[in-house]
Design a protein around this ligand. Structure first.
Ligand SMILES: Cc1cc2nc3c(=O)[nH]c(=O)nc-3n(C[C@H](O)[C@H](O)[C@H](O)COP(=O)(O)OP(=O)(O)OC[C@H]3O[C@@H](n4cnc5c(N)ncnc54)[C@H](O)[C@@H]3O)c2cc1C
Length: 468
């Protein structure tokens, strides 16, 4: 189907709340599949917010299905041929090349969140997705026949299905869980910065970042890591630093912190890190990581409201999968709604969406735990002897996955089980979708450390997200 051909209309009315990557993907895919979709976003206008974000091969392949989008993302993307892992003192531990992965699974898109978002948002508008800005959703409701939202101004809007894609501070969680879900401080935060690489290029000690292609380097220390990237042919520079933080505040992308705060955290680190800090404009973004208890379900009792993306499952930054899994959710729910056959069957589609996604997302979350444990608890002497142990795990079950095709191929058998077991219980149907690694069902066991502490519990605290 070309974008100029209108898809057959399904007659299903969908409200999507939020224009993050989860919401935009759901909206674009619902539109492409013939649903009648309205998107509601609280921001009054589009702004270039954020800094570095990563889309793995599993979500990048979805961008390539949207005419013109990949072509616009390409010049904005980092094209480093490898990531180099160093100890905080500056010793090189391991260089992980991407060539094989690109050939096997396809290329990734890593770049500025605001720039990528603008491309995808404009694409949604161009193909005719109806987006209402300045529309803050305050509440959700549903009954036997429909679901809907209440806006800040009291306006009520109804549809057959509501997709809540409002990120980590989702209001949709209340109707899904039956109680207010409050985030908790994790004790960790991330300093973030994005700036012109001009000064980096002038210094003989840092100019290697800007020469001979894009560069990606991570420095690992006890409970802290610092990752720097130079992209767009030496034009833009970005770094993030995950560190301990005791402040008890709500998560926001717009908090500021003086550069001096990062200097204190990184005191005594590799001189190259110090040089990067010298060239970094102050203030930084200080993103406080919060965590939440795992959600037992992502869908409402009436099966007309679904949480997707960060609303349902915030990810550890070290998983490098949060945005990708958000996009996979978006395309999956759009496929399920098409496969269900019409407005009177949407509850089956919503239940099937959860069943198809739940175990895969859980396993993907666990990869972030694992990497975080490897990085933050590294024994550098052991790592020097076995540098491969520091490698980021990049596995076929995760990166080679085509969420759209999977949902198309598996909708029927999922609904068969749901019809047998009842739409109120998705547990049997979830079991159909356990991701499989080389040796059968994947279990990302993180085990215990030398003191017998459950490392996975420590991982929750350090990264501040939901891992079950
Ligand atoms: C401004 C911003 C900047 C970010 N920058 C980065 C970054 O630099 N790097 C990175 O890795 N991740 C960043 N993230 C997070 C990242 O985008 C997500 O983790 C991931 O892409 C999953 O996206 P999502 O769509 O589930 O949630 P989000 O990206 O958080 O999107 C949620 C959307 O819902 C809207 N919304 C929230 N509440 C309501 C409401 N009540 N009514 C209507 N609309 C509502 C929000 O304004 C937002 O547009 C950022 C998120 C935001 C919102």
């Amino acid at each position: 189907m070309t974008e100029t051909q209108k898809p057959a209309q399904t007659g299903i009315k969908v409200i999507v709340v939020g224009t993050g990557f989860a919401g935009l993907t759901a909206a674009i895919e619902c539109h492409r599949k013939g649903h009648d979709v309205l998107v509601l976003e609280k921001f009054p206008e589009l702004k270039l917010l954020g800094d570095i974000i990563s889309f793995g091969p599993n979500s990048s392949r979805l961008f390539r299905r949207w005419p013109g989008v990949a072509e616009q993302l390409e010049p904005l993307s980092m094209r480093a041929d490898a990531i180099t892992l160093k100890s905080w003192k500056g010793e090189t531990l391991f260089t992980q090349y991407w060539e094989g992965e690109d050939a096997e699974f396809g290329i990734r898109y890593d770049g500025h969140r605001g720039e990528f978002h603008e491309v995808v948002y404009n694409h949604a508008k161009e193909i005719g997705v109806n987006i209402r800005l300045n529309a803050r959703v305050e509440d959700y409701f549903e009954d036997e026949k429909e679901a809907g939202v209440v806006l800040e101004n009291g306006e009520r809007i109804t549809a057959d299905v509501v997709i809540a894609a409002e990120g980590v501070r989702s209001k949709g969680r209340k109707i899904v869980l039956g109680f207010e879900d409050k985030p908790k401080p994790s004790g960790y935060a991330v300093y973030r910065s994005w700036f012109s690489a001009d000064e980096i290029a002038k210094d003989p000690d840092t100019k290697f970042f800007t020469e001979g292609g894009d560069k990606h380097v991570a420095w690992l220390g006890p409970d802290v890591h610092f990752i720097a990237a130079c992209m767009k042919k030496g034009k833009d520079f970005s770094w993030v630093c995950t560190h301990k933080d005791e402040a008890d505040i709500e998560e926001s992308w717009q908090l500021e912190a003086p550069l001096e705060d990062a200097r204190k955290v990184l005191e005594g680190w590799d001189p190259i890190v110090q040089k990067i800090l010298d060239k970094t404009p102050s203030p930084l973004i200080d993103w406080k990581l919060v965590y939440r208890d795992p959600l037992p379900t992502w869908i409402s009792k009436g099966r007309r409201i679904a949480l997707i993306g960060d609303s349902a499952h915030p990810f550890l930054p070290t998983s490098i999968q949060g945005a990708s899994q958000a996009m996979e959710d978006g395309v999956t729910i759009a496929v399920c709604l098409r496969e269900c056959g019409g407005p009177d069957k949407v509850q089956e589609a919503v239940a099937a969406f959860e069943a198809i996604r739940y175990e895969r997302v859980k396993s993907a979350q666990k990869t972030g735990e694992q990497t975080r444990d490897i990085w933050h608890k590294a024994d550098f002497e052991a790592a020097k002897k076995n540098p491969e142990s520091m490698r980021l795990r990049r596995e076929a079950w995760l990166l080679g996955f085509d969420a759209e095709k999977y949902a198309e191929d598996n909708y029927g058998r999922t609904v068969e089980v749901l019809r047998r077991t009842g739409l109120q219980d998705t547990s049997e149907a979830r079991k159909l979708h356990m991701p499989e690694g080389k040796h059968g069902y994947l279990e990302y066991s993180t085990g215990t450390d030398h003191k017998g502490t459950d490392i996975s519990a420590a991982a929750h605290a350090v990264n501040g997200t939901v891992i079950s």
